[in-house]
Design a protein around this ligand. Structure first.
Ligand code: GLA
Length: 384
C-alpha cells in the first residue's frame, strides 16, 4: 500500500490546494481454482495489500483529468464525448479501463460529473495480480461509492462488464469479485455459477505466502485467454450430449473419455479436477492441514502447465526451484498465466534463503530477475 501523504502532496502540486478524498483498490492473488471461474467452478482468491491508490477532487464541470504516476501521463476524458454504445479503442492503454468503466456507469444511468484524479500504484501492472480489475473497481467505486458500499457484487459485475464488453477480454468474475469483496486475513471461496461466497480465514501456521513475479511480459495473454474459453465451450458442447452437468466444472470425470480430441480432453480434465482441488483445499484449510494444501497448489500448477497449457518456461522454472527448496510446501502460477506471477508457501524462518536460491536459479535459467513480494490479505476497494 503506498504512503498516502506524498501522493496527496503530488496531487496538490498538480491540481492545486483544496479538499480531496482518497481511495484504495487492492490487487488479488488466487490461491487455487485457476481458469475455472468462467466454467462455473469454485475459486479461492484473496485481496492483497499491493494495490492502486487515488487522490480525488470533485468538480462541477464535465471533464475528468486523470494522472497516472506509473506512466507519468495525464489523460483527459470529456464526459459529453463518452458514448456507452461504443467499444473503447483497445490498444492496451491504461485509460481504456477507465473509459470502459465510465461507459458502464453511464449506461446504468449514473449521473457522473467531473473530477481531478491522481493515481499511484505499488501493484505491478500486467503481472497477473489483477491490476485491471483493481483499476475498474476503483473508478466505479469513486463515481458511485454510496451505491456500491453495500452492494459489492454489483460493483464486481459492473467492473467485469467494462472489461468484457468494452475492452474485449472475456474474463470471468473472479478478479473483480476479489477486489470488491476482499476481507482482511480471509480468502473468498466463490461459487462462480451462483456468486454465493464464504470467507475462509487464512492461517498458514509458521508459513508465509510469497508472491514471485517472473517479470516476463505477458505476451498474447488476451488472445490465448479467449482461445482457452472457446476450447472449454467446445468441450462442454460435446460433453453435455452425454452428461447432465450444468457446466464444464461439474461434468463427471468418467464422461471425459468421450472427448476424442486430445486438446479438448486435456482442457476439460484440468477444469474438472481443478474444481475438485478447490473443494479439497477448503477442507484442508478448515482443518489446518496446511502441508497437504501446499501439495494441492503444486498439483494445480502441473495441471495448468501440462493440460491447460497456460504456464511457460519462466513460471515453470520458478515453481520447479521453489518446490525443490526444503522449506517450501507448494507453489503454483497464479492468475491467467502466460507470464506473470507465482505463489509459494514457505517456512517463515527460511524466507531469505528461499529468495536467494530461487532468485539465483531463475536468473541462471532464464536471464530474467524475479521480484518477491510479501503482502497482507486485506479488505476490498474502499475510501481511506
Ligand atoms: C484472469 C481472469 C479471471 C480468471 C483468471 C484465471 O485473471 O480475469 O477471470 O479466469 O484469469 O483463473
Amino acid at each position: 500500500m503506498l504512503d498516502l501523504q506524498p501522493l496527496k502532496e503530488e496531487f496538490i502540486q498538480l491540481y492545486g490546494d483544496g479538499e480531496v478524498e482518497c481511495y484504495f483498490s487492492p490487487g488479488r492473488v488466487n490461491l487455487i481454482g485457476e481458469h475455472i471461474d468462467y466454467n462455473g467452478g469454485l475459486v479461492l482468491p484473496a485481496a492483497i495489500s499491493l494495490g492502486i491508490s487515488a487522490v480525488v477532487r470533485r468538480k462541477d464541470d464535465e471533464v475528468i483529468r486523470i494522472y497516472a504516476k506509473a506512466y507519468d501521463q495525464e489523460v483527459l476524458i470529456r464526459l459529453a464525448e463518452i458514448n456507452p454504445l461504443e467499444k473503447v479503442s483497445n490498444s492496451g492503454h491504461w485509460s481504456e479501463y477507465i473509459a470502459a468503466t465510465l461507459k458502464v456507469l453511464m449506461d446504468n444511468g449514473e449521473n457522473i460529473s467531473g473530477a481531478d484524479i491522481l493515481i499511484g500504484s505499488d501493484l505491478p501492472l500486467g503481472a497477473g495480480l489483477s491490476s485491471s480489475a483493481a483499476l475498474e473497481c476503483l473508478i466505479a467505486y469513486i463515481f458511485n461509492e454510496s451505491y456500491y458500499h453495500n452492494n459489492r457484487t454489483s460493483l464486481a459485475l459492473d467492473a467485469q462488464r467494462a472489461e468484457r464488453e468494452y475492452v474485449g477480454v472475456q474474463c470471468g468474475i473472479m478478479d473483480q469479485f476479489a477486489v470488491a469483496n476482499g476481507k482482511r486475513n480471509n480468502a473468498i471461496l466463490l461459487n462462480c455459477s451462483t456468486l454465493e461466497f464464504e470467507y475462509i480465514p487464512m492461517d498458514f501456521k509458521g508459513l508465509r505466502l510469497v508472491i514471485i513475479n517472473s517479470n516476463k511480459p505477458r505476451a498474447l495473454a488476451e488472445s490465448n485467454y479467449n482461445e482457452r474459453r472457446k476450447e472449454c465451450e467446445d468441450a462442454f458442447a460435446l460433453l453435455r450430449t452425454i452428461d447432465p452437468a450444468g457446466d464444464l466444472c461439474h461434468v463427471h470425470e468418467i464422461s471425459l473419455s468421450c472427448l476424442e480430441d486430445d486438446v479438448l480432453y486435456r482442457r476439460a480434465k484440468h477444469v474438472v479436477l481443478e474444481n475438485k482441488r478447490v473443494e479439497q483445499a477448503v477442507v484442508l484449510l478448515k482443518n489446518g492441514t496446511v502441508e497437504a494444501f501446499g501439495q494441492l497448489l503444486t498439483q494445480s500448477h502441473i495441471s495448468l502447465d501440462a493440460d491447460y497449457e497456460v504456464s511457460g518456461n519462466e513460471l515453470n522454472t520458478i515453481v520447479h526451484y521453489s518446490t525443490h527448496f526444503d522449506g517450501c510446501i507448494g507453489a503454483r502460477m497464479t492468475g491467467a498465466g502466460f507470464g506473470g506471477c507465482c505463489i509459494a508457501l514457505v517456512e517463515n524462518d527460511k524466507i531469505e534463503r528461499f529468495m536467494t536460491y530461487v532468485g539465483k536459479k531463475y536468473t541462471e535459467k532464464t536471464g530474467l530477475t524475479a521480484s518477491f513480494y510479501f503482502t497482507d490479505i486485506v479488505d476490498g476497494v474502499r475510501k481511506w
